[in-house]
Design a protein around this ligand. Structure first.
Ligand code: XMP
Length: 517
């Protein structure tokens, strides 16, 4: 990134969609950064935004505790887009009337376009109706003086408002979610028609920025990077290798919770192509003994997370000058593990975030923290990583510990490994592996009756979890062909000793999650 690179600053008021805004802006080829809504006016000015977007949020502007906005944002000299709560704040600052609505609006709504607006260019004109996504409690009852009102819905008279002369544009609905018709174009219109930005940002420039920032931050210290065999940590390792060369030490830990042959392939590839100072730590017993007798999913996640960190710290002590630990944390890991004041409650403690101990000797480096998986794949392609790595299905940090439901034992883990290998091989052979997000086996903590030969059996149940998704935030179960399902089921029951039943998980996320624990 050159000093003059255009930058969109997104102020986060706690919406679960804030990252999606950033992602849409990046997809449009413009660099964006998210900052907390409480940022000081001086700091905001220092950032020299080329455009400002105010996100939505769960608060009500009439609540005295709700996050506010300094009116100085309007004298920064850059265009401002307020979305949902952002619109209500702008309405209030500019003298409009906002109040909690009698009719809260959630989900789809019909947006009636009343007049032309640069934001609606190429999307809709007067008299057209767009399906948009709404999620708000407060409503702007009256737009501030001098503002145009280019759209309404049945529930709200001011569903959009704008003062082009002051560079202020506001939308009550969410253009960033895929359910909003023309939403992407509306955001692009803000970037290119209103703010007149140039689409010059790319994953290549993301890599350059990260490399520069890591070099600046790390100086002459050393960094250890935990490798899991998956795409995220591999991308981090390769990126940091570019940035730091010899200052980077990678550690691959076999925790006894890996799939069959997990990691070997990746480690071999990395050893062949990069000089990562890679050490391979065998810690199966350490992990499994700590997990013995534990059945609570969050407890398992905490134990695995803590044990990883202990091992990384132990390894790091054997190398002089190590100050940082690098991890492949992604955005969905962050929001599902962190409970903010906003709407995102803790769903699961993803091991590289929520499973961290309170006190750590090493400082974290997480270059992918703001990216979604598909963006990481773009970074991986940009870095020249091979297809087998780029398109590998995600595998959670706690590994098979959260796919063997309840308490773990080595026999169960072995059953799971064998069943999982069959699922993997059949998905590969049928070509489905590359069409889906993830497909794996889950071992249930129960036995059921079956009949094999003429014998009664009383054995384990394996569940098949296969999902389609683009970013793991939402997912649907994949509709695999019957023949493939039969083949997988027959092979597991015939080939894996100890299993006499296979069931199929047909739940979407939400309300379920992808992993069972
Ligand atoms: P869930 O189960 O929350 O999973 O719907 C969403 C995606 O994240 C993966 N996952 C994890 N990845 N550490 C990770 O690195 C974790 O602790 C973890 N838990 C879930 C999961 O496989 C899915 O792709």
């Amino acid at each position: 990134m050159t000093q003059k690179q255009q930058k969109v600053v997104i102020l986060d008021f706690g919406s679960q969609y804030t990252q999606l805004i950033a992602r849409r802006v990046r997809e449009a080829g413009v660099y964006s950064e998210i900052h907390p809504c409480g940022i000081s006016p001086d700091r905001l000015e220092e950032l020299e935004p080329s455009a400002l977007i105010l996100s939505g949020g769960p608060a009500s502007v009439s609540d005295p505790e709700s996050p506010g906005l300094e009116s100085s944002v309007l004298s920064l000299g850059c265009p401002v887009l307020g979305i949902c709560y952002g619109m209500q704040l702008l309405a209030r600052i500019c003298g409009g009337r906002v109040q909690p609505s009698e009719n809260r609006e959630y989900g789809r709504a019909d947006l009636e376009v009343l007049q032309d607006s640069p934001l609606f260019k190429g999307v809709a004109g007067p008299g057209d109706v767009l399906k948009v996504w709404m999620s708000h409690g407060d409503t702007v009852l009256e737009a501030p003086e001098g503002f145009a009102v280019p759209a309404r819905t049945d529930q709200v008279d001011v569903a959009a408002m704008a003062h082009p002369g002051r560079g202020v544009h506001c939308l009550q609905f969410h253009p960033e979610v895929s359910h909003t018709e023309g939403g992407d174009r509306i955001l692009r219109n803000f970037l290119f028609e209103v703010a007149r930005l140039q689409p010059t940002w790319s994953m290549a420039s993301f890599i350059d920025t990260q490399i520069r920032e890591v070099r600046e931050r790390v100086g002459s210290s050393k960094v250890v990077c935990g490798l899991s065999g998956g795409i995220d940590s591999t991308v981090v390792a390769v990126l940091l290798h570019e940035a730091l060369g010899e200052q980077l030490h990678c550690i691959f830990v076999d925790n006894g919770l890996l799939r069959a042959d997990e990691g070997e392939e990746v480690v071999q590839y990395l050893r062949r192509h990069f000089d990562l100072n890679l050490s391979y730590v065998q810690a199966q017993d350490e992990f499994l003994s700590r997990l013995e007798g534990v059945s609570d999913p969050e407890e398992k996640r905490r134990i695995v997370g803590n044990t990883f960190i202990e091992i990384f710290e132990r390894e790091a002590r054997s190398i002089s000058g190590v100050r940082y630990l690098a991890q492949g944390t992604l955005y969905p890991d962050v929001i599902e593990s962190v409970s903010s004041k906003g709407p995102s409650a803790v769903i699961k403690s993803h091991h590289n975030v929520g499973g961290l101990p309170e006190r750590m000797d090493l400082e974290l480096i997480e270059p992918l923290r703001e990216l979604f998986k598909d963006e990481v794949r773009k970074v991986a392609l940009e870095l020249g990583l091979p297809d087998f790595l780029v398109w590998r299905h995600p595998f959670p940090g706690p590994g098979l510990a959260i796919r063997m439901i309840g308490q773990l034992d080595s026999q169960g883990l072995e059953i799971l490994r064998q069943a999982d290998r069959i699922v993997h091989n059949e998905l590969m052979a049928s070509g489905w592996y590359f069409k889906i997000w993830q497909g794996f086996a889950v071992l249930l903590p129960m036995k059921t009756v079956g009949v094999m030969g003429d014998e009664r059996t009383y054995e384990h149940v394996v569940a098949l979890r296969v999902v389609e998704s683009t970013d793991a935030m939402t997912a649907d179960w994949a509709k695999l062909p019957d023949e493939l399902l039969s083949k997988i089921s027959n092979r597991i029951i015939n080939e894996v000793r100890g299993v006499n039943r296979v069931v199929l998980d047909i739940s979407s996320k939400p309300p379920s999650t992808i992993e069972w624990e």
